[in-house]
Write a protein that binds this ligand. Structure first.
Ligand SMILES: [Fe+2]
Ligand SMILES: [Fe+2]
Length: 172
């Protein structure tokens, strides 16, 4: 069974993952409004991945005879200056999430709670991918600069994104 303090921290992380989902959903709407459906789709897939992350922890707590909670959070931002501004925001957001996951890992290590360590290992690897993909698009948008045609090519490319096999949300 989970300790109360670890359960509290995991419940906080469910909240953070669902907040991330809302950040990406808001970004998706922004891109849709700017006539960039490929970017909007990429963000929509990201939204679904973040929901799956939240549910992964949710199910884990309940599987461990704990009690997963649905906690409230503030509204995400809704406006950005440019596609680059959106992705810089997304990249720094993911860096903050990585720090949260690392803190959870350290807490689980201190107890120690081995099952939580295994779960957090999945999240640590996932964060490497999350930071990598956000940073790549930041770099590409910097290269594109003010070129509308380069942004439109990137829009086509990002629109091809589909959900990966790792993002189904089950903790198995
Ligand atoms: Fe996440
Ligand atoms: Fe993420």
């Amino acid at each position: 069974m989970l300790s109360q303090s670890l359960q509290d921290s995991l419940n906080e992380q469910i909240k953070n993952e669902f907040y991330s989902a809302h950040v990406y959903l808001s970004m998706s709407s922004w891109f849709d409004d700017k006539g960039l459906p490929g970017f909007a789709k990429w963000m929509r897939v990201q939204y679904q991945e973040e929901l799956a992350h939240g549910l992964k922890i949710f199910d884990f707590i309940n599987d461990r005879d704990g009690r997963a909670l649905v906690l409230g959070f503030d509204a995400p931002p809704s406006d950005w200056k440019s596609p680059l501004d959106v992705f810089e925001d997304s990249y720094s957001h993911e860096q903050k999430v990585t720090a949260m996951i690392n803190a959870l890992y350290a807490q689980a290590q201190q107890e120690p709670d081995y099952a939580t360590l295994v779960l957090m290992q999945w999240f640590i690897s996932e964060q490497v991918e999350e930071e990598k993909s956000a940073k790549l698009i930041v770099d590409q948008l910097k290269l594109a600069g003010d070129s509308a045609s380069a942004i439109l090519i990137l829009d086509r490319e990002l629109g091809a994104r589909t959900r990966g096999p790792d993002s189904e949300g089950d903790a198995s």
